[in-house]
Design a protein around this ligand. Structure first.
Ligand code: UT7
Length: 319
């Protein structure tokens, strides 16, 4: 059977790291509130010379290096982002140019925090149907640019960063993406959105969120989609070596693991260091856990995310 096998991963963070204490000097918040409600202690914020495409390119270079392959062997680039460099062209094409790839398929997907799950699922479909042999799948964001820094209810929650994976179409019964499930419930598009855009206000706009309601949907939807994905792969929670969740809130991670009966020690947590980096958070956390030796070849890894749309999804892969 043709499967999409993860050959390597990489990630990138802006140079500047901002602690809760530093934020508390500028807005009415405290380290205590942020840690207790979210688990976040710090986040990286892009400088003027750092953009979604520069972070995506850095993460991609590291992923290609880890995979031991050259950039010009990439057939497909899919970049998940809600903060593209410009409205168009797709930021994926800027990454293509920066990597020096002459010709390939390159496009962005927009599913906000679920973006990487959408991107990897699309890449998997394209690879299994022969559209290409090698895909570079990226999640990259500069959410700091769309935050309302006067709104303490949202601005403390997000950070910037990028993560990438190289996927190859390979003949394999064991390794690779075993199952992926995606969902959207557009009737909730106004729970988490940006109040601007080219077709409405002609401004970039700011992120708005009804956090408590998003939280409630997150725990239910994530537990359901993880169960659905495990069933589709013919696996149970006991088979899982690592869960790499979207890093929105430590309390969501705990509640979801509990609902599924998963050992919390098997959940990769980076929200304390990176905050919520939207589409970047899953590949970023995956890369951290690969590089620190937790995720090893042969491990069964579950990826999951939920975000604006509302959208949510999960994937099971054998690394
Ligand atoms: O990535 C996409 C998915 N996003 C998520 O999954 C986010 C889901 N939601 C959440 O994680 C949580 O709802 C939040 C962390 C956003 C908020 O936590 P909460 O426990 O739901 O707090 P809340 O919004 O209900 O606010 C509780 C109190 C309020 O004060 P009053 O009205 O009780 O006096 C807020 O004004 O906390 C206050 N508050 C703050 N206080 C200090 C809100 N933000 C802050 C802040 N510092 N930064």
């Amino acid at each position: 059977m043709i499967r999409s096998v993860v050959k390597g991963s990489g990630s990138a963070l802006p140079k500047r790291c901002v602690s809760n204490h530093e934020l508390a000097e500028k807005i009415d918040t405290s380290d205590e509130w942020i840690v207790e409600r979210t688990g976040i202690r710090q986040r990286h914020i892009a400088g003027e010379d750092e953009t979604t495409s520069t972070l995506a390119t850095e993460a991609s270079c590291k992923a290609l290096e880890a995979a031991g392959v050259s950039a010009d062997s990439v057939d497909i680039i899919i970049l998940a982002t809600a903060t593209p460099d410009e409205t168009f062209p797709a930021t994926a094409t800027k990454v293509q140019a920066a990597l020096g790839i002459k010709d390939c398929v390159a496009f962005d997907v927009a599913a906000v925090c679920t973006g990487f799950l959408y991107a990897i699922s699309v890449a998997d479909s394209l690879l299994r149907t022969g559209m290409g042999k090698r895909a570079l799948v990226i999640g990259a964001e500069t959410f700091s640019r769309i935050l309302d820094w006067e709104d303490r209810g949202t601005c403390v929650l997000f950070g910037d960063g990028a993560g990438a994976m190289v996927l190859d179409a390979e003949e394999s019964d064991e390794q690779g993406i075993l199952a992926a499930k995606l969902h959207a419930a557009g009737e909730h598009h106004d729970l988490l959105y940006v109040d601007g855009g080219p077709s409405t206000t002609q401004t970039v706009g700011h992120l708005r969120m009804r956090g408590r309601e998003v939280f409630r949907h997150a725990v239910t939807n994530l537990a359901e989609v993880l169960t659905e994905t495990l069933e589709a792969a013919g696996l149970s929670a006991a088979d899982v070596d690592w869960v790499v969740p979207h890093q929105a809130n430590a309390r969501i991670l705990d509640a979801t693991a509990k609902k599924l009966g998963l050992d919390p020690d098997k959940v990769v947590v980076t929200v304390d260091r990176h905050a919520n980096t939207s589409a970047a958070s899953v590949p970023l956390a995956f890369d951290v856990a690969v590089r620190d030796g937790r995720i090893k070849r042969g491990d069964l890894v579950l990826l999951e995310a939920m975000g604006g749309g509302l959208t949510w999804g999960a994937a099971a892969l054998r690394y």
